[in-house]
Design a protein around this ligand. Sequence first.
Ligand code: AMP
Length: 376
Amino acid sequence: MLVLNSGSSSVKYRLLDMADGSRLASGLVERIGEGPVADHAAALRQVAEELDARHLGLDSPRLAAVGHRVVHGGRRFTEPTLITDEVVTGIEELVPLAPLHNPANLAGIRVARALRPDLPQVAVFDTAFHSTIPEHAARYAIDTRVAEAHGVRRYGFHGTSHAYVSRSTAELLGREVAETNTIVLHLGNGASASAVRGGVCVDTSMGLTPLEGLVMGTRSGDVDPAVVFHLARVGGMSNDEIDTLLNKRSGLLGLCGDNDMREIGRRMADGDGAARLAFDVYVHRLRKYVGAYTAVLGRVDAVAFTAGVGENSTAVRQAALDGLRGLGIEIDPVRNAVRGTGARIVSTADSPVVVAVVPTDEELEIARQTHTLIRS
Ligand code: AMP
C-alpha cells in the first residue's frame, strides 16, 4: 500500500507491507514550487524515482492500492472512498471550504492516477471521523438559511489521528473501544481536541476550518468573531490580511515570536516573560477543553495526548492537567517526566481517569482504511 499526503508545498509518502503494517519505504519531497521541484507532478515523479531506486517502483505488481489523505470531505464524504472521476469532481467542489489543502491533495491524486490508472486509489478524509458529531454540536447558532446556503457548520479535522489514537488508547487500557470514552488531545503544529464516546466522535474543537479551538503553533484558535470586524473597521485590515494574521501570525508565534514548544521551553527556563505567557495561554485553553469535554462525555475513561507537543512535552501535559483531581484526573509527575516512545500511562495508579501518551500514526491509519475498503 502506498500512502500519499500531498500538502501545499510538500509530499509525504510511505510504502507499507499490509501483512504486518511495516514500513518498506518512506520520505518527504519538500519545497514544491521552489527550485527543482516545479509542481506536484515533479514531486510525484521524484517519489517514483526514490521508490524505483529501492526496487519498490510504482509499477510493481505487488502494489495493491494508493491511499490519499484529503483534508476536507464536507458533508458528502464521510468514509474512505474509492476515487473515480466523479469523486475528484466532488473533492474539487469542496475547494472553497479548504482553499489551501484540497487543491494540493487533488494534485497528488491526479498525478498518481495518471501514473497508475489501473490501480485502486482511495481518498481518506480528515473530516470523516467527525461526521458522527450530533447536530447540536456541529451547528453554529447562526441563521439556518445562511448556514445551509454556504455549508457553514463544524466539520473538524485531524480525524484520521483522532480515530487511530482513540482506538489505540482503548487497546492500551485493555478495554473494548465501544465501552471506552476518551478525550483525545492532538497537539502538533496544528492542534485539536475531540470527545470520543465508545469509538464514536461526539465533539471536536476545529470547526468550519482548522482555525477554531485550541491555541496552535501559528493559529489563534477561538477568538470572538467580532475581532475580525474590529480589525477591518478600526485596524483597516483587509480580509486576506486578517486571514493571514489569524492563521499564520497568531497562536504561540503571535504571542511570543516562536511556534516551537521546545524553543518556548528554553526561553521560559531563561525567565522570558513573553514565552511564559504564550505557554500559559496555550495551557489555559487546553484545560478549558478538557473540562468542556468531560461535561460532554459525562464519564471519561482516558485523556490521550498525541502529536509533536502531546507526545513530547512533559511540561504541557503537567500544566494542562495539574490540580484536576476534582474531575477524577490525577497526572503522576514522575511517570509523566519519563521520556519514552511507545504508548504509555502517565496518571497515578488510582486516578479514575487514565492519562496516556499515545503516539499517532496517520499514514498507518490511512493504509489500514484503504486496505479495508479495497478488500471489501
Ligand atoms: P507535529 O505537527 O505533530 O509534527 O508537531 C510539531 C511540533 O511538535 C513542533 O512545532 C514542536 O512545537 C513540537 N515538538 C516536537 N518535539 C518536541 C519536544 N521534544 N518537546 C516539545 N515540543 C516538541
